[in-house]
Design a protein around this ligand. Structure first.
Ligand SMILES: Nc1ncnc2c1ncn2[C@@H]1O[C@H](COP(=O)(O)OP(=O)(O)O)[C@@H](O)[C@H]1O
Ligand SMILES: Cc1ncc(COP(=O)(O)OP(=O)(O)O)c(N)n1
Length: 265
C-alpha cells in the first residue's frame, strides 16, 4: 500500500511552555487541519496562564540551521512566522524566507495578551523593512497595527485605513484583526484591490490564549491545502471561532483556546 504525504507547513516562532500559544498552538492547529506541522524555534518562553515570566532567544546560527534542515530535505507548502524576538532573528528568518518559494503568513507578534513584550522594540524597524516585504499575508491585531504604522483603529470604519498602511510596507495581503473592537469580531482582508470582511459571533469566553497564533497557523494550513488567500482566511476564521467558543480554564489566569474542538463534538 502506498500512503500519500499530507501537505507540509512550517512554523518559525517561539515556544510557549504552557502550551496555549506559540509553536505549541501552531502545531496543534496544523494537526487539527490535517497537514504535517514542522517547527523552527526562535525563542523559548517561560509562560503560563498568568503571563510570560521570561524568554531566551536562540542564536541566529541555530535558527538558520533548523531552517536549512527542514527546507533542504523536507520542503514546505506554506510557512507561518510568530515570535521572532530580536532584530538579528528577524533578519535571519527574512533572508531565508525571501527564497522559500511558498506562501508566508506573518503574525507580527509584539506582546502577549498579558502585555508582556515578545519583540525587542529595536526589532520593529527590521520587521517593517525585511519581514513584511516577504509576506503573502500579514495578520496584525490593533496594537500591532499601531506599533507598525502609527495608525490607531478606534472603530470598524478605520480597518481599511490600517490595512492600506500595512500594505505600504510590502506584503501581498493585509488581514487586520478587529477582535479587540466592541461588537461582533470583524477582520478585514485586502490586497489593495479586493476587500473582504469576515465577521463571526463573539464568544464572551475569558479563555482566549493563543487566538492570534491559531488564526495565522490555520491560514497557512489552508493555503498549503490549496485554498487561495480569501478562502484560506475564511476557513481559518471559522476554525479559530470554534476554538475560542470552547476555550477552557487552565491554571489561575487565561486558559487556551481548544484546538481539538472539532474532535470533541
Ligand atoms: N471573543 C471573541 N470571539 C470570537 N472571535 C474573536 C474573539 N476575540 C478575537 N476574536 C477573533 O480571533 C482572531 C484572533 O484575533 P485576536 O484575538 O485579535 O488576535 P491576537 O491574539 O493577535 O490579539 C480574529 O479572527 C478575531 O476577530
Ligand atoms: C511564544 C509565544 N508566541 C506568541 C504569543 C502571542 O500569542 P497570541 O496567539 O497572540 O496569544 P496571546 O498571548 O495574545 O493570548 C505568545 N503568548 N507566546
Amino acid at each position: 500500500m502506498t500512503v500519500s504525504s499530507p501537505p507540509r507547513v512550517l512554523t518559525v516562532a517561539g515556544s510557549d511552555s504552557g502550551g496555549g500559544a506559540g509553536i505549541q498552538a501552531d502545531l496543534k492547529t496544523m494537526l487539527a487541519l490535517g497537514v504535517h506541522g514542522m517547527s523552527v524555534i526562535a525563542a523559548v518562553t517561560a509562560q503560563n496562564s498568568v503571563g510570560v515570566q521570561g524568554y531566551w532567544e536562540l542564536p541566529p546560527e541555530a535558527v538558520r540551521a533548523q531552517l536549512g534542515s527542514v527546507l533542504g530535505d523536507i520542503g514546505v507548502q506554506a510557512v507561518k512566522t510568530g515570535m521572532l524576538a530580536s532584530p538579528v532573528l528577524v533578519e535571519t528568518v527574512s533572508e531565508v524566507l525571501a527564497g522559500v518559494g511558498a506562501p508566508v503568513v506573518v503574525d507580527p507578534v509584539g506582546v502577549s495578551k498579558h502585555g508582556d513584550a515578545l519583540l525587542a522594540p529595536e526589532a520593529v524597524e527590521t520587521v517593517k523593512a525585511r519581514l513584511l516585504p516577504v509576506a503573502t499575508v500579514v495578520t496584525p491585531n490593533l496594537w500591532e497595527v499601531s506599533q507598525l504604522t502609527g495608525v490607531k483603529v478606534e472603530s470598524e470604519a478605520d480597518l481599511r485605513k490600517a490595512a492600506d498602511a500595512i500594505l505600504e510596507l510590502g506584503p501581498a495581503w493585509a488581514l487586520i484583526k478587529g477582535g479587540h473592537l466592541p461588537g461582533a469580531p470583524t477582520d478585514l482582508l485586502t490586497d489593495g484591490t479586493r476587500e473582504f470582511r469576515f465577521t463571526a459571533e463573539r464568544h464572551d469566553n475569558r479563555h482566549t490564549h493563543g487566538t492570534g497564533c491559531t488564526l495565522a497557523s490555520a491560514i497557512a494550513s489552508h493555503l498549503a491545502l490549496g485554498e487561495d488567500v480569501p478562502s484560506a482566511v475564511e476557513k481559518a476564521k471559522e476554525y479559530v471561532t470554534g476554538a475560542i467558543a470552547r476555550g477552557f480554564p487552565l491554571g489561575g489566569g487565561i486558559g487556551p483556546v481548544d484546538h481539538a474542538w472539532r474532535w470533541r463534538g
